[in-house]
Design a protein around this ligand. Sequence first.
Ligand code: THU
Length: 143
Amino acid sequence: MGERLQTEDVKDLIRKALGARTKAYAPYSHYQVGAVLLSGQGRVYPGCNVENASYGAAICAERTAFVRAVQEGEREFQAIAIVGGIEGEDPKDYAYPCGICRQVMQEFCGPDFEVITAVNEDDYEIHPLKDMLPWGFGGDKLK
Ligand code: THU
């Protein structure tokens, strides 16, 4: 924890996110997303988007990964890698996390949590959570 990720680690997470994307269930939007969440312990949790005929019941790839990890007892996270694109095509541009997923990151992650958004393992951006969700709402406001 605390160290910035090495380039090889970033590439490995992107490869795993591309693998997770192959499991996407997106028969309505035909937009397939894969994510891999790296815990503070160094374990990885893949997720894909899972849609529903009742469209609002869809869950994003990022939140699928968080739910899996939290259910396993994880509470600290270093990074997430995200890839997305049209079904049947390789990703063509960066898939930035939606607002709800950024809020879930805020719940469990610190300001330096690294959000990796990638086209492939050689074409990616890394943004700290503090840039992706400035002035976010957190549980520290609640009693
Ligand atoms: N989606 C994600 O999985 N992650 C995001 O951050 C953005 C959107 C999914 C939800 C839906 O299944 C599809 O992409 C189109 O919105």
